[in-house]
Design a protein around this ligand. Structure first.
Ligand code: SAH
Length: 489
């Protein structure tokens, strides 16, 4: 049967795609349907037909999946932020566990029984909502010209008014309402992307979960705010607000933040802490044993060892601090440090992992492409009294080979945490030449992880452990940590 645009089809959803979209098959022909969940029978409208598959739009759920739940947010379908909010959390974790596993098998060419042996159960959240410490809300107007704050609809730049996001902190709503009230009262305009006119573009809100400190930064298409004192006065009384600033962005671009930041009131930065946890060993087979529940974090024990961070409006900082502690504690436990090791932390960002590693290693060297992040990393090291960490600015695939050729640098352990595209070939090649005892790979894309693990395993390493960590509940993303051991031949 040939499908064409606007055809209406009835199909049972039997699988989930990369981003959590539903997949149904009719006579072997696959339909990708956003917001349709595994187990649903749906009516869908064909939107775009490719050779062997088509994209369709969910019209009606005829028989709901047993995994379908009532979503917290009324805008979960329109908003680009969440993809799988209507799927039970337990099923979300299973989806992510399988996504990692399937990529390791399909792309990494590892045998399924082997993966079942070494894969640990994914680490989920106890409370998978309100986990984000940072949000950037666009400001605009609705069709009637009323000021609104909210979110971009998926893949577009039209703003859906919603100040009460289910993933953000509860203070967001109060702050956004106050910003809108201030704008109405003092006739401050919202930025219009089409015309490039208007003042207020975005509101950035960040919260340090351990300190309770909140930062509010208004991104504006201009040098200053009208009625600045009144604005400060309205915002500063919200519990927790410790810093109010503006960021000047006059460019006609999708980039949210401008480079110039001016503090209007309070501190330039807010503080937060990340605590290392001890990870108890869990038997690997519960990841695949259908009878045992997906593990929910009770094997993480607080260590009391903390690193404190100062965060500016422009700093990179992990958005889910609760899971970050677990992810980095896993990485640290996989690194197996005893105090004598030389460690390289590639793609180190502001040194979040490096500073943890430094507490248990002889020396840590971090490499990161963004100069400002390295400045932050050095400051963070100093503030925490860590003097055995050194940082290099540059591309990992350039800095590492160069230092290796010129200075013959050495590593007992290499940790990598690359962006979605994974490690550069040249970087992997140098890692193999350096022959560290162990490699710990932290990844935000299990497809490129699988690809790179294959290169490392063909180059003399054995995959020892893999574990997912759910840093972004309600979305299709999953973070993974893998531990590799050198095979001595
Ligand atoms: N572990 C870090 C975050 C890693 S995110 C932390 O928790 O702070 C990936 C980092 O890799 C980003 O900071 C990005 O700027 C950096 N990066 C991207 N490409 C790079 C490259 N080719 N070489 C080195 N760093 C790179």
């Amino acid at each position: 049967m040939e499908y064409k645009k606007n055809d209406i089809v009835t199909v049972e959803i039997t699988d989930m795609g990369h981003d959590g979209e539903g997949i149904g098959k009719i006579d072997g022909f696959a339909l990708f349907i956003k917001d349709a969940l595994i187990g649903d029978v749906v009516e869908a409208k064909v939107m775009k037909v490719m050779k062997n598959y088509a994209f369709a739009r969910l019209e009606k759920v005829l028989t709901p999946s047993s995994f379908r739940i009532k979503p917290k947010c009324a805008y979960h379908r329109q908003c680009g932020g969440c993809q799988i909010q209507a799927l039970s959390y337990e099923k979300q974790l299973e989806f992510k566990q399988n996504k990692i596993k399937n990529n390791l098998i399909r792309i990494g060419k590892f045998e399924e029984p082997f993966i079942d042996q070494i894969m640990e159960p994914i680490v989920g959240m106890e409370e998978p909502y309100h986990y984000r410490n940072k949000a950037q809300f666009p400001i605009g107007t609705d069709k009637e010209g009323n000021l609104i704050a909210g979110f971009y609809a998926g893949r577009t730049h039209s703003i859906i008014a919603n100040t009460d996001c289910a993933l953000g902190v509860e203070e967001n709503k109060e702050i956004l309402e106050l910003v809108l009230a201030y704008m109405r009262q003092y006739h401050v305009s919202a930025y219009n992307e089409t015309t490039g006119r208007g003042l207020v573009r975005h509101v950035l809100i960040r919260k340090g979960f351990t300190t309770g400190e909140i930062m509010v930064c208004l991104v504006i298409n201009g040098k200053s705010l009208p009625a600045e004192l009144e604005f400060i006065h309205m915002i500063k009384n919200v519990t927790g607000v410790a810093s109010i600033s503006i960021s000047v962005n006059k460019e006609r671009t999708n980039v949210i933040m401008g480079n110039e930041i001016r503090t209007l009131w309070g501190k330039d930065t807010i503080a937060d802490e990340i605590q290392m946890h001890y990870v108890k060993d869990v038997p690997c087979d519960c990841a695949t044993n259908k009878d045992s529940k997906v593990d929910m974090q009770n094997e993480f024990v607080a260590s009391g060892r903390k690193i404190s961070y100062h965060i500016s409006p422009l700093s990179f900082y992990q958005v889910n601090p609760v899971q970050t502690e677990k992810l980095y504690s896993m990485a640290l436990s996989y690194a197996g440090l005893t105090g004598t090791e030389t460690v390289w932390d590639l793609y180190c960002g502001i040194g979040t992992i490096s500073l943890f590693l430094a507490q248990d290693a002889k020396m840590v060297y971090g490499v990161e492409i963004v100069e400002q992040a390295i400045c932050d990393a050095r400051e963070n090291a100093k503030r925490n009294g860590i003097d055995n960490a050194q940082f290099y600015v540059g591309k990992a695939e350039e800095v590492l080979p160069e230092l290796y050729e010129k200075e013959g640098i050495y590593a007992d352990v290499i940790v990598v945490d690359p962006p979605r595209k994974g490690c550069d070939e040249k970087c992997l090649e140098t890692m193999l030449k350096m022959k560290p005892e162990r490699i710990v790979y932290v990844s935000c894309d299990s497809a490129t992880l699988a690809r790179d693990l294959r290169v490392l395993c063909d180059g003399g390493y054995e995959l020892k452990k893999v574990r997912g960590c759910d840093m972004f509940p309600m979305t299709g993303h999953v973070e993974t940590v893998a531990c590799l051991q050198r095979v001595d031949m």
